[in-house]
Design a protein around this ligand. Sequence first.
Ligand code: SF4
Length: 224
Amino acid sequence: MALTGDTPARERRPRSPRGRGRVVAEVLAEERPVVPVPLDHRNEFELLAATILSAQCTDVMVNSVTPALFDRYPTPAALAAADPDELEAIIRPTGFFRSKARSLIGMATAVEQRFGGQVPSTMEDLVTLPGVGRKTASVLLGHWFDTPAIAVDTHVLRLSKRLGLTDSDDPVQVEADLKKVWPRDMWADTGLRLIMHGRQVCTARRPKCDGCPLWNACVSRGTF
Ligand code: SF4
């Protein structure tokens, strides 16, 4: 159902960032009603570890190593006590495996020592964990803790500007701008939908403007 008026969302041509934001959120929701997190996980600890591993790596590759990772280290306590060489061997296919191993052990140690073995549930606490920035924290908040949040990755950065939802290149500012123009209860899923749209349609080098469902709302349509 359209958020406003009788004109279907994808036919509207909003003139303000707020108007564009609502149309983008609505059209993407029509396109992809269900957006499961593409990283396999069974609990918040696994989602956090998988998200750390996903830096500079495909979801498919992360999902190929996490079964062995979670089997070997099923809890923060187990991961905190991991032998770095053994851990590196498991996560090596995801790239940057030495720094990711340091982040995983550091994250797990901090969860154990400072949060009683429970992954914290606020942005303020999550970003204190090694290897966890606002993007990773937002994934946890939005997709596990049911707290409205927007994870700004490279696709969200690129598309937000192309769509005229922000004029900034700074992830923190883009996150703030998106929070002004997307309905709050749609923040997390719209962010995930925008990532999918960026991977499949509005790609970095060759956006497929012809046939793009966001054509009417997009200030960059047909300029590539
Ligand atoms: S119209 Fe083109 S530039 Fe705009 S979102 Fe669609 S693919 Fe990207």
